[in-house]
Design a protein around this ligand. Structure first.
Ligand code: ADP
Length: 508
């Protein structure tokens, strides 16, 4: 028998993705399976997920869910054969675009009911209401799955260990308290030592409060979230649960983000043969209708365009940068808050032939951006891990990033003056003001002018190891820690195998 882990989440590549969480879920499941752990992803059956998942078959009808009956389909992810359970409900069927907000950026009115329903479906699987073998451990991720540990406690399903991972504390899933009854949450659980959070019902708090163990995705963020500045109001509770809080960093899917074998880029390249990068640069300029200048330093911005990602600060800083470096080009790829999106569109109008902005979500353009740019500007007011700068580093694109959260743990700072220390792989800056950002970008341009220093940084960036080996083993150890005594030995990891060698999550 293999250890069974049910990874509950709202998004997973390639089925649905709005941010780094989706990348992390699929690569974690793959990494666990390669080590002999039977990891299955359970998530909403959004239309896009149903379209792409393979081998779908009915795994059960769940009559007793808050949003009415739901169907559970089991299948596999395309490409990697990671087993997936998709919960189909009318609410999820309506989510044809972004799963959380409508076209105007307004949160869907039924988010609480939809994700509450997902949690109830997980509890039904755990309680044996379907023919599926219940998991030994449930790994719930972010607020979307926050009710799972609380409901398992409520239903007294105590033999299944629960790990709750915080990928971003800012997204909390807070709703009016009066939705509790419809979600099957009794008044006794609605006090301040339960799910109540500033007069609302918080899914995130439910996860933090009731999971056996909590984790977050970098050491620095784990320390930061215990402070009022980064705690988003949860620091008190997190301090109470500090002994159960683990830091397990994310990994990078090194197959997908691999300059030597990336089918989405114009020409492959590697640290020992960088010729392809020049071709990628030319292609990037063509893709964004910028002049094909091989000597123009290209600064990229590629992320959600939000306050968290310092879009406001970038828009205050970048005109100065563009005036100071007349040959530089700026390429923006992203979407998010409409006002900030318009700000970047205006910047492109103000600097024709030098700035291009694609407002939208586009995986192919993201690969082209990382491969063809010279630098990536990644400001963040807080950053749980920060996958995007690590992707850029894989392609020798040097990150200029805020010294917060996971960034501190992953980018070796070249510092703002003097020769870059050995091993430097990026430039970090402090503060949330335009001057600090401009100074850091100027430092990057200065280093770019010195090919010896720049190439050394590129080599460091490209060879940094952020594979899933270490985090997968740490997750396995965490699962073992919370699993019932009788099944703990199942969580001993096997040496990594290239292919899945365990049967998919099926009946017992
Ligand atoms: P976060 O999860 O806070 O958004 P991360 O940097 O950890 O930040 O992960 C973001 C992920 O989303 C990365 O895979 C990044 O490449 C991707 N991404 C963000 N915006 C876009 C976009 N507009 N088009 C394509 N990929 C994007």
């Amino acid at each position: 028998m293999n250890a069974r882990i049910l990874i509950v989440c709202s998004e997973a590549v390639p089925l649905v993705k709005t941010g780094g969480l989706a990348d992390v879920i699929t690569s974690l499941a793959r990494a666990l399976r390669r080590r002999g752990l039977d990891a299955t992803v359970m998530m909403p059956g959004y239309p896009a997920a149903l379209d792409q998942a393979r081998n779908l078959e009915e795994a059960g009808v769940l009559a007793d869910l808050p949003g009415g009956p739901g169907r559970l389909l089991s299948g596999t992810m395309p490409e990697h054969d990671v087993p997936v359970l998709l919960l189909c409900t009318p609410g999820f069927a309506r989510r044809t675009g972004n799963p959380y907000v409508d076209e105007c950026g307004q949160e869907f009115a039924d988010n609480a009911q939809c994700f509450g329903t997902l949690a109830h479906a997980v509890v039904a699987v755990c309680g044996g209401a379907t023919a599926l073998a219940p998991p030994h451990v449930v790994h719930a991720n972010d607020w979307h799955a926050g009710l799972v540990p609380a409901l398992l406690r409520l239903k007294r399903i105590g033999e299944i260990g629960t790990l709750f991972t915080i990928h971003n504390l800012a997204f909390q899933g807070n709703f009016p308290l009066d939705c509790a009854a419809g979600l099957g949450i009794p008044p006794a659980m609605l006090g301040p030592d339960g799910l109540e959070f500033w007069g609302r019902l918080s899914f995130l708090k439910a996860g933090i409060r009731y999971a056996d163990c909590i984790s977050t995705v970098s050491h620095s963020y784990a320390a930061e979230i215990l402070t009022p500045r980064f705690g988003h109001g949860m620091d008190g509770l997190l301090n109470e649960r500090k002994r159960d809080l683990l830091a397990i960093r994310n990994g990078v899917d090194t197959d997908t983000w691999n300059p030597a074998g990336d089918a989405l880029i114009a020409r492959p390249f590697s640290p020992t043969d960088m010729r392809g990068k020049s071709v990628c640069k030319r292609e990037l300029q063509a893709l964004f209708n910028l002049p094909p200048d091989p000597f123009a330093p290209i600064l990229a911005v590629g992320s959600r365009i939000t306050h968290q990602k310092m879009a406001d600060v970038a828009q205050a800083s970048l005109p100065t940068v563009l005036q100071r470096y007349p040959r530089a080009q700026l390429i923006v790829l992203g979407c998010g808050d409409h006002a900030y999106e318009q700000g970047f569109a205006r910047l492109a109008q103000d600097f024709p032939g030098r700035v291009a902005a694609h407002i939208g979500y586009d995986e192919k353009r993201a690969h082209a951006l990382h491969a063809g740019a010279d630098m990536l500007l990644h400001g963040s007011r807080f950053e749980p891990f920060g996958l995007t700068p690590l992707y850029s580093m894989r392609y020798g694109t040097i990150p200029i990033a805020s010294r917060v959260g996971g960034i501190i743990d992953t980018i070796a700072d070249a510092r703002l003056s003097g020769p870059p220390p050995q091993g430097a792989s990026g430039i970090l800056f402090d503060g949330e003001d335009a001057d600090s950002m401009t100074t850091a970008v100027s430092r990057a341009f200065a280093l770019y002018e010195n090919p010896g220093e720049w190439h050394a940084m590129q080599r460091n960036a490209m060879s940094a190891d952020f594979s899933w080996s270490q985090p997968a083993e740490q997750y396995a150890a965490a699962y073992r820690g919370i699993a019932a005594q009788a099944v703990k030995e199942l969580f001993a990891v096997r040496p990594e195998a290239p292919e899945v060698d365990i049967p998919a999550y099926k009946t017992a």
